[in-house]
Design a protein around this ligand. Structure first.
Ligand code: ADP
Ligand code: ZN
Length: 601
């Protein structure tokens, strides 16, 4: 095919560029080695050598008249009393050697010790070596510049243009979404049918959803079902340091799509180019050019051209409204994180080619993983397979899956890490603080496990039972979530009267929750149900002077209240806090059952 030739040509050009860069680097390296070698050999040719042991011996005999050293070199020149010619010796440790000579001199030996700074010639190799990175950078720069030129003539983007074998059956859950997208498959297969009817088919479909929810997968499945090529690119690849290149890449992408039509063009992370056009400073201008080009391209092809552009983002509020106008991405589909049924189906798909032992219960894994995306579930099963292999199990066992869940959520257990008793106590109280506080908060789920064994970057962790799938979260629930998050820090303060950096992640999450409460969910009594998120400064102005300060105050108040509530709860239940922290120090880990026992009777 014509297109494959072009691909080859482009690859050849890239290869040539890489080759010339390689030759350049090799040349510089060769010169360096040459100079080093030359200076070494030259030094050895001029003088006779003296073994280090002999040098020491001669020195103790008092036969040495003069020693000449050069900083940074292990090679020294030695003049003996009874000989005319100077000799060279290699000194393994120059500092120790100087000390030795100095003690000899102090003992009364008449040795002249000359320490010379390094000559320019001797320094040359290291100078070149220190310039090597700069040289390579320069070469790279030249290459990039050349590639930019190439971008105008040929093609430089790295696309994955090929037919995919992914089918709708490979996409678990998302039944409604698939149903909505099936007509696109029909259209790609039989465009004439739709044209005859005068039916309008969307040119662009935006897929909204968290990373890993299967947006790429479903886009591929459309191409796979329709048996048309799938051309993909990520929005971040369009963002270039050289102005104009992004726009040129968009042009090339659509040039290619036209040749391959009918086909699917998939643009991941479209927010990278399609962010609101606000200011026109530096990078923004570049984005605007890229975005404008994308709009031009989408307006340019007629609906008979059977190119469907699918784009994905998890930040719909960031998108430029121009993208959403009719004839562009006029259809939007939200790809949700999977619910219980969806998770079970995803687990089933991803265990098809894995060996499971009897005790693995996919239903209960699905129950325990509320909020997980398809990618995370796939990752967990993959990790479980690796863990099972390490444990030499015949198949994946339930404990392997549980370990994998923890690895993916909190990181790998690090039992070898040495922790001081003081840190252990701090961690024990911090985690006990989270756990005890949650126990007294009606909306918070039960504690599943508390541990002070380090995992990933965390010194310890408190795991909660998974929430059942919920569509709405109440204000009370969010307030209590804040209290639970700050329980760790509150316990540190209460018991040790000092606070640590261990709570940084809790604080980060709590701040985000409080911010969302005020600016996204309109839960602040004073500010009311207004969406303040992603607003431009001029838009914010309509809410009055100093609105930013007021938002800040509200967020701070939510946090302050929660922190105080956490401290009060812990003061009230200090006995439980102490008991659980003590148990953690002894056993390092407490499971759900044992944890419950502390609160019985
Ligand atoms: P996104 O594009 O939304 O970031 P991807 O489509 O790249 O997510 O998903 C990454 C991987 O996660 C997929 O390749 C697949 O293995 C798995 N996955 C995600 N969602 C699903 C799903 N609904 N069904 C099956 N596998 C899924
Ligand atoms: Zn914590």
């Amino acid at each position: 095919m014509n297109n494959q030739n072009e691909n080859k040509e482009e690859k050849n050009k890239n290869k040539k560029l890489l080759l010339s860069l390689l030759v350049l680097v090799l040349l510089i390296a060769l010169i360096t080695v040459g100079i080093v070698y030359f200076t070494k050999v030259k030094g050895e040719e001029d003088d006779k050598t003296l073994a280090y042991t002999d040098l020491i011996k001669e020195m103790s005999y008092g036969n040495i008249e003069k020693i000449e050293m050069t900083t940074g070199s292990t090679q020294v020149k030695v003049k003996m009393k009874n000989e005319e010619e100077e000799k060279t010796a290699i000194v393994p440790d120059t500092e120790a050697f100087i000390e030795l000579v100095q003690t000899k001199v102090a003992e009364g030996n008449e040795i002249e010790l000359i320490q010379k700074p390094r000559s320019f010639f001797a320094q040359l190799p290291s100078i070149i070596i220190s310039f090597l990175p700069t040289a390579i950078m320069l070469a790279l720069f030249i290459m990039i510049f050349k590639m930019q030129g190439l971008g105008e003539k040929g093609k430089v983007y790295d696309d994955t243009q090929r037919k995919t074998k992914v089918k709708f059956d490979d996409v678990a859950g998302l039944d409604e979404e698939k149903e909505e997208l099936i007509e696109i498959v029909d259209f790609l297969k039989r465009p004439e049918k739709f044209a005859k009817m005068g039916a309008k088919i969307p040119k662009g479909v935006l897929l909204y959803g968290k990373p890993g929810t299967g947006k790429t997968l479903i886009a591929k499945a459309i191409a796979g079902e329709a048996d048309v090529p799938f051309i993909s690119m990520s929005g971040s690849e369009f963002i270039e340091m050289f102005a104009g290149l992004g726009a040129s890449r968009v042009r090339k992408l659509f040039e290619k799509a036209r040749k391959l039509a009918p086909c699917i063009v998939f643009i991941d992370e479209i927010d990278a180019i399609g962010s609101r056009r606000t200011s026109n400073s530096g990078a923004e201008t570049e984005n605007n050019q890229t975005l404008n080009q994308l709009l031009v391209e989408m307006d340019g092809f007629s609906s008979e051209e059977t190119i469907i552009v699918l784009a994905a983002t998890n930040r719909p509020e960031m998108l430029d409204k121009a993208l959403l106008r009719p004839g562009r991405f006029d259809r939007q589909i939200t790809i949700p994180t999977p619910d219980l049924k969806g998770r079970l189906e995803i687990l089933k798909i991803h265990t098809k080619d894995k060996k499971l032992s009897e005790d693995v219960n996919l239903e209960s894994i699905a129950e325990d993983t509320a909020g997980f995306t398809g990618a995370e579930l796939a990752n967990i099963l993959n990790e479980a397979a690796i863990i099972a292999t390490k444990n030499k199990h015949d198949g994946i066992e339930n404990q392997d899956v549980e370990e994998a869940v923890k690895k993916v959520t909190v990181g790998l257990e690090k039992r070898q890490r040495v922790i001081s008793d003081k840190d252990k106590k701090l961690t024990a109280y911090h985690e006990a603080g989270h756990a005890v506080v949650s126990q007294y908060l009606p909306t918070q789920t039960n504690v599943k496990e508390v541990s002070i064994i380090p995992r990933g970057v965390a010194g310890g962790y408190t795991m909660y039972k998974s929430d059942e799938d919920k569509y709405y979260i109440s204000k009370t629930e969010m307030q209590e979530k804040l209290i639970a998050l700050l329980g760790g820090r509150a316990a540190e303060k209460l018991v040790l009267d000092d606070i640590s950096t261990g709570a940084s992640n809790d604080i980060e999450v709590a701040t985000q929750v409080a911010k969302d409460m005020v600016t996204k969910y309109g839960m602040s009594d004073t500010l009311g149900p207004i969406d303040f998120q992603g607003k431009e400064p001029y838009e914010m102005q309509m809410f009055g002077e100093g609105i930013g300060d007021k938002i800040g105050q509200e967020v701070k108040q939510l946090i302050d209240t929660a922190y105080r509530d956490a401290q009060t709860l812990l003061q009230e239940h200090r006995d439980k806090l102490d008991a659980i922290a003590q148990a953690l120090l002894e056993k390092e880990k407490i499971n759900e059952e044992d944890f419950k026992k502390f609160f019985e009777a």
